[in-house]
Design a binder for this molecule. Structure first.
Ligand code: ACM
Ligand code: ZN
Length: 719
């Protein structure tokens, strides 16, 4: 009988929690009848100085009058109770009092986050109107994992301070506690370094007159930025007050092209062949045998350690292009002297030297998983397993504390369904796959699981390619709600119920994300075409549906089924506040064709990638020199081509120097006379011909970037 009562009670509690949609799910929450009436006269009482800093945070979000407590009446009491788990808290909402105790300041802060979720969502937009009711309850909670991380790559695409602060706020609302700030990469160096000021002043910008090539994102103009040390100190404090620790990453010894463009002497000692690299000097790793490199890095890491109070500093270790060390006589000599056969051993030597520097500054290292491949790396390193589940298991089984973040589950720069924006190299996945991540199902033994420090959601920012890099909404769309699902698995280890979690995400928690101004991704609408009618159904009530009809891109409100014989011209999306779904279309929208085409050019063709690769749709062809004004490219179709859309791309989005830079585009109905059709932008154009065409001609109006070739890709043609 007692068992049945407990069962029913816990069922009731579970029902109540799901009704409140608390994310992440608390360890234990029981709701009771009744409520606390929160009025603007409610005093917040902090029982210690530490608790006061949390009270100040809460007070900032609530429209309270800062009333004095006279011993009677309603009150909100915050204190620290060291008998609770470190990051744990106990929240009791009674009709007279809300009492919130945290094991530490962090625990108290997380309790405040749960309390905020018991209030109307407007609390997040600072539009809460009081009085409001808070359901009586008792919540006892603490996180499943100590490391609950979110990674932002401000190196590939520069993100200003305010954007990073906004992200920290949203992490805090979800009880995430570690911001991994990827400060350096091939495309930019984002931290002011006083001992080497040119690193950021020059290396923080690419394109234009910068020595760093205009890869990714921005094209002809100079683009970038960096944080001053003062700004970084401010950011650290901002994060600390939100129980978020920042772990900075200086990605070494690879991913250092930006560094090498400012200080080329750090590179290995050989002349790179530009022939196989589309004209780019691909050397981007520190020479591992150049002793001066370690003194430069000692100076730099000392500054990094002084700015960031975190126990850990991330020193990279991923994707080192070892061929550089194999071709460098100095590195080869060092390997012979030490008896090393594998370049992975050289990398381990390099990392170990850096670890010594960190330790002398009182810090421990974080490294990407490749850094342990030499077999002897210091076990105090925290390893980030990104390449695969297998790489994570290898690290845990070798005794490393490991942050589990394999790309196919945790890289939030991956697209979320087949036809959306984003990368695909790791996987295509949405929040459901993150939520269902399960160490046991993936074969982690109990011992391996004990070494899992936690999880981290990653946002590498090169997928801003072709987007407006300054667009907040793209970042939001990629991160949310996947980051909410990440927070759930970091905090809560209980049984999984995706339908219930999905209801929370689209329901109350969706409203919270709206109020946080997160332009998050709504689940896509369903589009059907039957008997000449095209229909769309939103995932949920409260969303508005819109559609476009190509060639127009204007969004029209959708009010009901559309009669059409051309379903391939329509796309649909849902919107709610700043949230939006991806575009969804009938399958016919995506169909492509490969009509017979012949490619010619005034430029000479490369033997390695001849022009017939374009005729046969086999990828990209190269020329053997850059273009000059007047040079032309020409596509002649065997038959007049009627189609919706032709996408023509020169160069690659990440290698803009191999594009046709400035060029006019013309089309021909008869193959001999041409009419204007536009200009290339970022080396590309999307044509929507309104009549059958026999040919496309591209004529350069400027000289190229001085690279050794132009790259031309096969056309992509939609029916
Ligand atoms: C990585 O994605 N290269 C860590
Ligand atoms: Zn070398």
């Amino acid at each position: 009988m007692k068992r049945i009562t407990i069962f029913l009670l816990s069922l009731f509690a579970a029902e109540q929690i799901s009704a409140q949609a608390l994310i992440p799910t608390p360890r234990h929450a029981a709701f009771e009848a009744g409520h606390f009436l929160l009025t603007s006269d409610c005093p917040i009482i902090a029982a210690s100085d530490e608790a006061q800093t949390v009270a100040d945070y809460l007070d900032d979000l609530l429209p309270l009058r800062r009333s004095a407590f006279l011993g009677l009446g309603e009150a909100l009491i915050l204190d620290i109770d060291p008998t609770l788990p470190q990051e744990g808290y106990r929240l009791e909402v009674g009709e007279q009092r809300i009492t919130l105790s945290g094991g530490t300041r962090d625990g108290l802060f997380y309790g405040v986050q749960t309390l905020l979720q018991l209030l109307p969502a407007e609390v997040y937009s600072r539009r809460l109107s009081l009085p409001c009711e808070v359901a009586c309850c008792r919540v006892e909670d603490s996180p499943a994992y100590a490391y609950r991380g979110s990674h932002l790559d401000v190196a590939r695409t520069w993100m200003p301070l305010e954007r990073v602060k906004q992200h920290i706020d949203r992490m805090a609302f979800h009880k995430l506690n570690t911001l991994h700030l990827h400060l350096t990469d091939d495309e930019g160096w984002r931290m002011e370094i006083l001992s080497h000021p040119r690193l950021a002043q020059v290396g923080g910008f690419r394109g234009g007159d910068s020595p760093i090539e205009p890869v990714y994102g921005r094209w002809d103009e100079k683009y970038g930025g960096y944080f001053t040390q003062q700004e970084l100190r401010e950011l650290v404090e901002y994060a600390r007050l939100r129980s978020v620790e920042i772990i900075p990453e200086i990605d070494l010894p690879g991913h250092s092209r930006a560094f090498a463009r400012v200080y080329p002497e750090i590179l290995c000692d050989y002349q790179p062949s530009l022939d196989r690299s589309a004209g780019y000097d691909v050397r981007n790793a520190f020479c591992a045998s150049r002793e001066e490199n370690f003194s430069i890095l000692e100076d730099i890491l000392r500054e990094v350690c002084a700015i960031f109070p975190s126990k850990y500093i991330h020193i990279g270790g991923d994707e080192v292009e070892m061929s550089q060390w194999r071709r460098c006589p100095r590195c080869q000599q060092l390997m012979r002297e030490r008896g090393w056969e594998e370049p992975a051993q050289l990398q381990e030597y390099f990392m170990s030297r850096l670890i010594k520097i960190l330790k002398s500054n009182g810090k421990e290292p974080v490294v990407w998983n490749e850094a342990i491949n030499g077999g002897t790396l210091e076990k105090s390193a925290l390893v980030q397993g990104w390449e695969s589940v297998k790489a994570c298991r290898k690290a845990t089984s070798e005794g490393y504390q490991t942050v589990v973040m394999p790309g196919q589950y945790f890289y939030f720069d991956m697209r979320q369904s087949a036809h959306e924006e984003g990368h695909v190299w790791a996987a295509i996945f949405d929040a459901e796959k993150v939520y269902n991540f399960d160490l046991t199902k993936l074969g982690f033994t109990p011992e391996e699981q004990r070494r899992v420090a936690g999880f981290e959601g990653t946002f590498f920012s090169e997928a801003y390619i072709g987007h407006n890099p300054e667009s907040d909404s793209y970042l939001d769309f990629m991160l949310w709600p996947r980051t909410a699902a990440l927070a759930e698995i970091c905090w809560h280890r209980g049984p999984k119920d995706w339908p219930a979690f999905r209801r929370a995400l689209t329901g109350l928690h969706g409203e919270r994300m709206d109020a946080m101004s997160i332009g998050h991704r709504l689940f896509p609408p369903v589009v059907t075409y039957s008997q000449g009618e095209l229909s769309a159904r939103a995932d949920q009530e409260g969303q508005q549906l819109f559609y476009t009809v190509e060639p127009d891109s204007v969004e029209h409100p959708y009010t009901g089924p559309i009669r059409t014989t051309e379903p391939q011209r329509y796309r649909f999306r849902a919107r709610r506040e700043e949230a939006r779904s991806p575009w969804v279309a009938h399958a016919s929208y995506y169909a492509t064709i490969r009509p017979a085409v012949h490619f010619t050019s005034s430029l000479p063709e490369s033997e390695k990638a001849p022009f017939n690769r374009i005729d046969s749709y086999k990828g990209a062809a190269w020329t053997t020199r850059t273009h000059r004004a007047g040079d032309w490219l020409r596509f002649d179709f065997a038959e007049p081509l009627s189609c919706r859309e032709i996408h023509l791309q020169t160069g690659y989005l990440h290698l803009p120097r191999c594009t046709f830079r400035h060029a006019k585009v013309e089309v021909s109905r008869d193959g001999s006379t041409f009419e204007p059709a536009g200009e290339l932008t970022a080396g590309a154009i999307t044509l929507r011909p309104e009549f059958p065409i026999r040919a496309i001609r591209i004529t350069a109006t400027s000289t190229g970037n001085g690279e050794e070739r132009v790259i031309i890709q096969s056309l992509k043609i939609k029916v």
